[in-house]
Design a protein around this ligand. Structure first.
Ligand code: GLU
Length: 425
């Protein structure tokens, strides 16, 4: 490869680029395609002026990056977090391209977000912020252009505000412009649990492949938000033992098993959807960092990027890591754990249930015909199962780690599409 490789000071983007170049080199991808796929097709920055509840004005910064539309409309969430910036969106957008490609769904990849602390904002302020964001990215979104979805700190309400703003601006109802909407407003039964169901399916298939009984297998779920809580629920239903859970309020450790239904109800009824105040017999409170290091078969990081890193990698005891979040294991930790024989199921395979579920919602929106929850789940589980085994077998047959295998499979499909479509536009 004779291209000048891009690097970035943003860890997430640098990692994304490193992973891409490494796989591209291994598969002998031609230079022109390396150049094309190492850059986003389009990236926009918008300012978002908001009248706050106290009458003052604040201006937030928002972003939308479309990494690729070679396989179809760009697809990916938008998040509200103080760390959001253009490079982070670029990194996460490229991850969406590989995720959609690997999943075999007809989308490219994108990501967006607003740099803000959503906990500081009232519901009405969040609504105004979301609507202004929608208006300012409106020229580049649409059901056949770019279809946003929930991500960190965004959910069904943000999706309705976004869809409603776009629909009003265009003078026609456009439900398929975002996915992750509430069921009553063109959302889909099954979407809320979809990412967790996908993570669960990967863990189950992994344990079966490794001849470990799912019943009684010890699992840590770091991050008890949408992804983690549903993964925990499905796992406990088949008899796995969830020994530890956590969220921003800390770690909750129970070597004999967390009562997942109780924790789930606690979070659902908590005003800020947190574990704070959760109790049960045999529970000890430890820190959010310590929960990663307790004795278990599978560690499932479902919170933010970089949770498993050079500092704590040596103390991780789990033999398997299934990445529910995007980028939870840093490259140095990945390397260190890999050489110890820890098997890591990469994020863009493990958490792809979310975007596969989004695809189902979009299909239903375009057709105006809705599926039952069983129809939804019965389509999702086989796709996740097949995708897991495709990557698992590729890794075994080519003697590479699962992350590399997933990249090789995903890049090939996008590169073939770019090649066939040509470079015009
Ligand atoms: N934010 C989720 C992800 O990172 C979902 C994206 C989508 O459904 O478009 O995969």
């Amino acid at each position: 490869m004779s291209v000048v490789k891009r690097t970035s000071k943003n860890v997430l983007l640098d990692t994304a680029l490193e992973n891409f170049y490494g796989a591209a080199e291994e598969m002998g991808l031609e230079d022109g395609l390396v150049e094309i796929l190492s850059r986003p097709e389009r990236a926009i920055c918008v300012s978002i002026p908001i009248t706050m509840d106290d009458g003052s004005t604040r201006v937030f910064e928002g972003y939308r990056v479309q990494h690729s539309t070679a396989l179809g409309p760009a697809k990916g969430g938008f998040r509200y977090h103080p760390d959001v910036d253009l490079e982070e969106c670029e990194a996460l957008g490229s991850l969406m391209t590989w995720k959609c490609s690997l999943a075999g769904i007809p989308y490219g990849g994108g990501k967006g977000g607003i740099a803000c602390d959503p906990l500081e904002l009232s519901t009405t302020e969040r609504e105004r912020m979301t609507r202004t964001f929608a208006a300012r990215v409106s020229p580049i979104v649409g059901e056949w252009e770019d279809v946003p979805a929930p991500d960190v700190n965004t959910g069904a309400s943000e999706m309705v505000w976004f869809m409603d703003t776009i629909s009003k601006m265009r003078g026609r109802f456009e439900p398929g412009v975002v996915t992750g909407k509430p069921i009553s407003i063109w959302g889909s039964k099954g979407r809320t649990a979809a990412t967790g169901l996908g993570v669960f399916t990967c863990i189950k298939e992994l344990l079966i492949a490794e001849k470990i009984d799912v019943k009684g297998a010890k699992i840590i779920i770091q991050g008890f938000g949408n992804v983690g809580s549903y993964a925990a629920k499905f796992l406990s239903e088949v008899g796995a033992k969830i020994v530890g859970i956590s969220d921003v309020t800390g770690g909750y450790y129970a070597p004999d098993g967390i009562d997942v239904n109780k924790a789930f109800d606690h979070v659902t009824n908590h005003p800020k959807k947190m574990l704070e105040g959760f109790t049960q017999s045999g529970l000890s409170r430890i820190s959010g960092e310590e929960i990663l290091e307790v004795e278990a078969d599978v560690l499932t990081p479902c919170a933010l990027e970089g949770a498993v890193n050079a500092k704590n990698a040596a103390r991780i005891k789990a033999r398997y890591i299934v990445e529910g979040a995007n980028g939870p294991v840093t490259p140095d930790a990945d390397e260190a754990l890999g050489s110890k024989g820890v098997i890591i199921v990469p994020d863009f395979l493990a958490n792809s249930g979310g975007v596969i579920g989004s695809y189902f919602e979009w299909v239903q929106n375009l057709g105006g015909y809705f599926w039952t929850e069983d129809e939804y789940n019965n389509r999702l589980i086989p796709i996740m199962t097949d995708n897991f085994h495709r990557v698992w077998n590729y890794a075994k047959n080519h003697d590479v780690k699962m992350r590399r295998a997933a990249f090789l499979v995903a890049i090939k499909r996008v590169a073939d599409a770019v090649k066939m479509r040509g470079t015009f536009l």
